[in-house]
Ligand binder design. Structure first.
Ligand SMILES: Cc1cc2nc3c(=O)[nH]c(=O)nc-3n(C[C@H](O)[C@H](O)[C@H](O)COP(=O)(O)OP(=O)(O)OC[C@H]3O[C@@H](n4cnc5c(N)ncnc54)[C@H](O)[C@@H]3O)c2cc1C
Length: 289
């Protein structure tokens, strides 16, 4: 175990400066709020030789309306997102997810960018961003890349960002009701979290996106749940049938199992929280695109 700080610490003043520092040096790490990275440095899990602190780059912070959607800067903290009327009105599931962060300091210092780069199965924002059909925007040596959330979460401990890229913002499209719900364990982290986005017309569901985190090692969509919902009315019976379909969407052999909850317990939680997320989404206010 190493408690040594890396040899070099740089406070970057611009996105271009960050990209220069990242170029060609895989031992450089970005630090934003430090709530995921610092514990890993302390435990010797990460041993970079340079830290680039991006917390002073104001261009990476803030929430605005853009191109029929909501844009959130990578450095925006969970509490700012949870408190934002714009996010609550246009991307409710993300407001609810960020509001669920169980630790006071992590909620006030941890950023959405760091949360999505790490995308731990215990984290709240990933399921919401996936269900909402979010796009993650990164900048690197070859310019800007816009990555669909579906491609972003690509494997255990893996997201689509390259070591020489910086996550700059997240874009969430308008036009749907949505809701988020999660279980809590003693530490304040989620065991399982589910987010749902419903495009509705009158009482009918035109299309649905439902995502879960904490079932597999990375967030996934639930296609059978979505198929069960599409084209039908959102009554109790259909919500229950959709939640049952979640059991077929999650391969029991790949469930996360640890000292907090075994796979069987998690599967039960997925079903129950899927139903609750759908209830939340169905009573959330409609959003005009
Ligand atoms: C006690 C505690 C309780 C917590 N509870 C919860 C909880 O209930 N729910 C929850 O969701 N989370 C929880 N967290 C995690 C916390 O939300 C995340 O750690 C935080 O959001 C990560 O953001 P950060 O700014 O601190 O990232 P950092 O720790 O600074 O960075 C994390 C990783 O992302 C990279 N990175 C950061 N920003 C960028 C960027 N813009 N571009 C490219 N790479 C980047 C870093 O290089 C690093 O590898 C908790 C953390 C702690 C310590």
């Amino acid at each position: 175990m190493s408690n040594q700080l890396p040899v070099e610490y740089v406070e970057a003043e611009s996105v271009d400066a960050v990209l220069e520092l990242l170029a060609g040096d895989s031992e450089t790490r970005i630090v934003a709020g430090g709530y995921s990275l610092v514990p890993r440095l302390k435990d010797g899990i990460e041993t970079p030789d340079r830290l680039v602190d991006i917390s002073g780059i104001d261009a990476l912070r803030g929430i605005s309306r853009q191109d029929g959607g909501t844009r959130i800067g990578a450095l925006t903290t969970h509490d700012r997102i949870a408190a934002s009327a714009t996010v609550r009105d246009h991307a409710r599931a993300l407001a609810e997810a960020t509001d669920s962060v169980g630790d006071y300091q992590a909620k006030h210092q941890g950023t959405i960018g760091g949360n999505l780069v790490v995308a731990d199965p215990k984290y709240d924002a990933p399921a919401a961003v996936l269900a909402l059909g979010g796009t993650i925007v990164v900048r690197g040596p070859n310019g800007r890349r816009r990555i669909d959330a579906e491609e972003w979460f690509c494997g255990p401990d893996e997201t689509a960002i390259e070591p020489d890229e910086l996550l700059t913002e997240i874009a969430i499209p308008d036009g749907a009701r949505s809701g988020y719900i999660r279980t809590s364990e003693y530490s304040g982290y989620a065991i399982v979290s589910v987010a749902a986005r419903l495009e509705t017309d009158g009482g009918l569901v035109e299309s649905a996106r439902v995502a879960v985190n904490g079932a597999k090692p990375y967030p996934i969509r639930l296609p059978r749940v979505e198929e069960t919902l599409a084209g039908g009315t959102l009554d109790d019976e259909r919500r229950a049938r959709a939640a049952d379909a979640a059991l077929r969407d999650v391969d029991p052999g790949t469930l996360v199992a640890n000292e907090v909850a075994d796979g069987r317990h998690r599967l039960g939680l997925v079903r129950s929280y899927c139903q609750q997320a759908l209830e939340r989404a169905s009573v959330s206010p409609a959003v005009d695109s």
